[in-house]
Each structure stands twice: as structure tokens, then as C-alpha cells.
Write a protein that binds this ligand. Structure first.
Ligand code: PGA
Length: 249
């Protein structure tokens, strides 16, 4: 089954209004692009980024959402608010949020469900630590984490709207990537946990760069990438998009 590649940038806590030119500059280089392009800027830039992308193929998304639609949750943002700001996706369960905010997979599942209810697609992140990989527990751990994080009935009803990102914790922001064999093994394992034939996309994330993107994106069950550092410059994300566009999937 062919799935449109998704190249998603996660700006994390980076980006000021002075960087909004990024969107017009990138949009101006997408003539021959066939992959879906998504940038998740910080919430402070979301509405302005959505406006900057209004007549371009670039989608924008949030980096987290609360599980509730509204209420007394100071500092939080709901999926409905993200949608209202122009987001079509939201990252949930990123390992930095699991670590910094003690988010559990039960929390992540509730956030993913809230996103789907608000009409936006959750990108559900899973990944093992280096200790878990060294102990030989990576696939078991990630499989369990995924099954706890995914809203099952929504997945069954609408598999195309759910996106999974496999991001080994030890590969994020470190310059280390999982080997192609390890990525292929994990993505096949994840696909095996999904309903047969599901059009759910599985992204790889963790130090994806212009020089390693083609090799990673060529793997059978890799449907795109979630990119941190290399998504901050137009030149590097463009090279990753070029790598995605040459894949014969
Ligand atoms: P990185 O981040 O590409 O900088 O490793 C990936 C991510 O955290 O999504």
C-alpha cells in the first residue's frame, strides 16, 4: 500500500517572529515536491505560521496538547485551540515531554484522542532508552509503549489520521542515529501491531539529517521523518525533502 511520505519538523522551544520568513522561503522551493510537509513551531508562532502558509502546501502543527477541550489548566493549550490556530497535526508523547513533564502513555493516549476529536492528527511518539536497547528490550518496550499510547478504537475507525513516530530516546539531538537494520526491525514490529493494511504512517526520528535521510527513508516501513535540529534551516529540511521525493514508494 502506498502512503504519502510525511516530512515533519519539530522546532521544539526555538523560533521567534523574526524567523517567520522561513515559511515563504521553503514554500518557494516546493514546486517538485510530492511529500507532505509539516512544521511544528512553538505555540507562540503557530497562528502566524499558519497565516504565512495559507497559500502554500506547508502544514503546521502543535508540539503538545492538553487532553481536555478547555478549563482551568494554566499554561496548557487544547487540541481545539491548536486547530483554531490553524494546526492540522499535533505531536503527542514526545520523549522530552514524557521526561520533563512526567507524561505517561495513558496521558498520551488521552491527548491523541483529544486531537482526533478536535479534527487534527496526532503524531504519537514512542522510543526506547539506550539502556533498554542494550538490554535487548527495545522492541518489547516500544511495542508496549505504543499499545498503551494509541487510542485503539479511533485507530480502527480512522487509521489514516493517526501517525506514529519511532524516536529512540538516545538518538534525539545527539547526532547518533539507529542503524538501518534496527530502524527496519522496529518499524516492521510496529506495523505488525497495527490493524492489517492500516494506512497509518510510521515516521523515524532522531538525528535525521540531509546526509542520512535518503538511507533511512528508503526503508520499507519508514513513511517519513520527524526532524528536530535539521528542520530549523530551510536548506537542510529542503535536502531531506529532496531525499524523500526520490524514494520510489
Ligand atoms: P533531532 O530531534 O532531529 O534534533 O534529533 C528529533 C525529535 O526530537 O523529534
Amino acid at each position: 500500500m502506498s502512503r504519502v511520505m510525511l516530512i515533519a519538523g519539530n522546532w521544539k522551544m526555538n523560533g521567534l517572529r523574526a524567523q517567520l520568513d522561513f515559511f515563504a522561503e521553503l514554500a518557494g522551493q516546493l514546486d517538485d515536491n510530492s511529500a507532505e510537509v509539516l512544521i511544528c513551531p512553538p505555540t507562540s508562532l503557530l497562528a502566524a505560521a499558519a497565516m504565512a502558509c495559507e497559500n502554500s502546501p506547508i502544514n503546521v502543527g502543535g508540539q503538545d496538547c492538553h487532553a481536555n477541550i478547555s478549563g482551568a489548566h494554566t499554561g496548557d493549550v487544547s487540541a481545539q485551540m491548536l486547530a483554531d490556530s490553524g494546526a492540522s497535526y499535533v505531536i503527542v508523547g514526545h520523549s522530552e515531554r514524557r521526561a520533563d513533564h512526567n507524561e505517561t502513555s495513558v496521558d498520551v493516549r488521552a491527548k491523541a484522542k483529544a486531537a482526533l476529536e478536535a479534527g487534527i492528527s496526532p503524531i504519537i511518539c514512542v522510543g526506547e532508552t539506550l539502556d533498554q536497547r542494550k538490554a535487548g528490550n527495545a522492541t518489547t518496550f516500544v511495542g508496549e509503549q505504543l499499545l498503551q499510547s494509541i487510542p485503539e478504537s479511533e485507530l480502527l475507525n480512522n487509521p489514516a489520521r493517526v501517525v506514529i513516530a519511532y524516536e529512540p530516546v538516545w538518538a534525539i539531538g545527539t547526532g547518533m542515529t539507529a542503524s538501518r537494520a534496527d530502524i527496519a526491525e522496529m518499524h516492521a514490529h510496529i506495523r505488525g501491531l497495527l490493524p492489517p493494511g492500516a494506512s497509518t504512517r510510521i515516521l523515524y526520528g532522531g538525528s535525521v539529517k540531509p546526509d542520512n535521510a535518503a538511507g533511512i527513508l528508503a526503508l520499507d516501513d519508514v513513511d517519513g521523518a520527524l526532524i528536530g535540529g535539521a528542520s530549523l534551516a530551510v536548506s537542510s529540511i529542503k535536502k531531506i525533502l529532496d531525499a524523500a521525493n526520490t524514494q520510489p514508494k
